[in-house]
Design a protein around this ligand. Structure first.
Ligand code: TYM
Length: 343
């Protein structure tokens, strides 16, 4: 098993990232033992696809490394690094750009959402972003990619690129004994927390790019801030139903129940068995306490680690060296398959 995943080091790590992805990264690391390896990276190359401030990106990269370690990523067991220190990501992206089709990229919902009506004014990087994401996982022959629901489409694209590249440039011979260049990766999406929504609008996902800080719970929020955000979270006037069917037309209520269930590692049904018939005045304080209980210890570790930039730099340098070693053979095979001569 080769587990590979990434996170953009812009803004804070929020509860959606944690429940949708990072908690799974830690679980996979802990469960894997000797059966494989996990590579987790900060997608700093992806971050330049949007307008950004270089000093903030540098600081954000180290902070996100601290956040991941605080969440339980162990840099001795997992390979933790930032893309910019592993040039093979950008190199493979270019090689895959000959295989990816404009039409495939045009269909990406993230591109459509982020570009909106102003496609002409967007960076080329925002458009070709999913090709870099494909390179990120194909470079390491990833078998499993733990992500939230919003990244599933990008993973399907990575599979399409891998499949077409293998067919076009490394077709298996008649006896089928020629190994394909790339492994087709599977997305691993947690069923109960694949899509955590904004606390202000149950139809939008919780996101670091939302203008309102009240829309998300950040890893760096203290207990008072968390309780205040939960108290102010948008809801409706009805009490909670006893069955999940009763949440169908109530996106904000559904989101809060989903978050509770994910934090308690139980099902929405079990949460409603306890809280069905109760109003939000009772439910919200319990939910806030669950958040504080889970995030409090993580935030404390994060605050200790984030000032120690020498240690964080060393973690990323070591991770990048290990990642480069693993990246080199696949990149060489991709050059060779394409007929590119490299001295
Ligand atoms: P990013 O940085 O937006 O998010 C990191 C991870 O958090 C998940 N996530 C969520 N899950 C549930 N509910 C939410 N509201 C929520 N918001 C974010 C994301 O699905 C993701 O798993 N393009 C990627 C980073 C990336 C990557 C990769 C991921 C670059 N290369 C290769 C996997 C493999 C991104 O911007 O994620």
């Amino acid at each position: 098993m080769r587990v590979v995943s990434g996170i953009q080091p812009t803004g804070n790590l929020h509860l959606g990232n944690y429940l949708g992805a990072i908690r799974n990264w830690v679980a996979m690391q802990d469960d894997l033992g000797d059966d494989g390896e996990c590579l987790y990276f900060l997608a700093d190359l992806h971050a330049i696809s949007m307008p950004h401030d270089p000093a903030e990106l540098r600081a954000g990269t180290l902070e996100m490394a601290a956040a991941l370690v605080a969440c339980g990523i162990d840099p001795d067991r997992s390979i933790l690094f930032n893309q910019a220190q592993v040039p093979q990501h950008a190199e493979l992206q270019w090689l895959l750009s000959g295989t990816a089709r404009m039409g495939w990229l045009n269909r990406m919902t993230q591109w459509k959402d982020k570009a909106g009506k102003n496609r002409e004014g967007q960076s080329v990087a925002l458009f070709s972003y999913p090709v870099l994401q494909a390179a990120d996982v194909l470079l390491y022959q990833a078998t499993h990619v733990p992500v939230g629901d919003d990244q599933k489409q990008h993973l399907e694209l990575a599979r399409d690129i891998a499949q077409k590249f293998n067919n076009d440039f490394a077709p298996s011979n008649e006896v089928g004994d020629e190994a394909p260049v790339f492994t087709l990766p599977d997305a691993i999406v947690p069923p109960e927390a694949a899509r955590i929504m904004s606390l202000r609008d149950g139809s939008r996902k919780m996101s670091k790019s939302d203008d309102s800080d009240m829309s998300r719970i950040n890893l760096s929020d203290d207990a008072d801030t968390i309780m205040k955000k939960v108290k102010k979270a948008k809801t409706d006037p009805e009490p909670l139903p006893s069955e999940t069917d009763g949440l169908a037309e109530r996106p904000e209520a559904l989101n809060l129940v989903t978050i509770y269930a994910a934090l308690a590692q139980t099902s929405a049904e079990a949460v409603l068995a306890d809280f069905g018939g109760e109003g939000f005045g009772k439910f919200k304080p319990s939910l806030g306490e669950m958040m504080v209980e889970t995030l409090g210890p993580i935030a404390a570790r994060f605050n200790e680690l984030k000032a120690d930039t020498d240690t964080l730099d060393a973690i990323l340098a070591k991770g990048a060296a290990r990642a480069r070693e693993r990246a080199v053979p696949t990149l060489a095979r991709a050059y060779e398959a394409l007929g590119l001569v490299r001295g």
